[in-house]
Design a protein. Structure first.
Length: 200
């Protein structure tokens, strides 16, 4: 069961990110918002599967990764559930729209960036637990560890107001997200291969 949860979580992660990348290019906002909620659930499944197979000597790192994954999922589910319900269906006044509407780069947009920063911490800590025995695992470990660097930019950028200050914030945001998708898709693929080959 642990192996299957890891495989399903990894596969859904990969497919979700692919769909998200396409939806962003197609300006299908509802689709990109909705699939982020699926991604959050699948990511927790994937990290939990990695955590359960980790050795006793790295359990603290695996527990930290699992907790960060849970925090990420809560933030992302709150942000995108709001986008697909209250923002989409309710007639919000201007002040509420500024706070809740993701496209306005307000509070929930900043929480979204924080969420993905926390996700990066989860990948970093789970990367510390992987003992690479194959080339796949070696690549996976380094991709997870390096992905942790995204925490710094996701944590600092909202404080600097970078997206609000940029006149081309929409385009720069899409480019940044597409770059992230290109980076993260191999993590899903390699994780699926890892669990597929696992005997646990």
């Amino acid at each position: 069961m642990n192996r299957k949860i890891g495989m399903v979580g990894s596969l859904v992660n990969c497919l979700s990110v692919v769909f998200f990348a396409v939806a962003m290019i197609a300006h299908f906002h509802f689709g990109s918002f909705f699939v982020c909620m699926i991604l959050a659930i699948a990511f927790v499944m994937m990290i939990a599967a990695f955590a359960q197979e980790s050795e006793q000597s790295v359990k603290a790192a695996s527990y930290a990764a699992l907790m960060f994954a849970a925090i990420y999922a809560v933030l992302i589910l709150l942000v995108y559930f709001a986008q697909t319900t209250s923002v989409r269906n309710d007639g919000l006044n201007e002040q509420a729209t500024q706070i809740l509407d993701y496209s306005k780069a307000g509070l929930l947009f900043n929480y979204d960036l924080l969420g993905y920063g926390i996700m990066a911490l989860a990948t970093f800590f789970i990367g510390l637990t992987i003992k690479p025995a194959t080339k796949v695992d070696k690549w996976l470990k380094w991709l997870l560890l390096i992905h942790g660097v995204f925490f710094l930019s996701c944590f600092i950028m909202p404080m600097l107001g970078i997206f609000k200050a940029s006149e081309n914030s929409d385009m720069s945001g899409v480019i940044a997200l597409e770059f992230w998708c290109v980076y993260f898709i191999p993590i899903g693929v390699l994780s699926f291969i890892h669990f597929y080959r696992s005997k646990a």
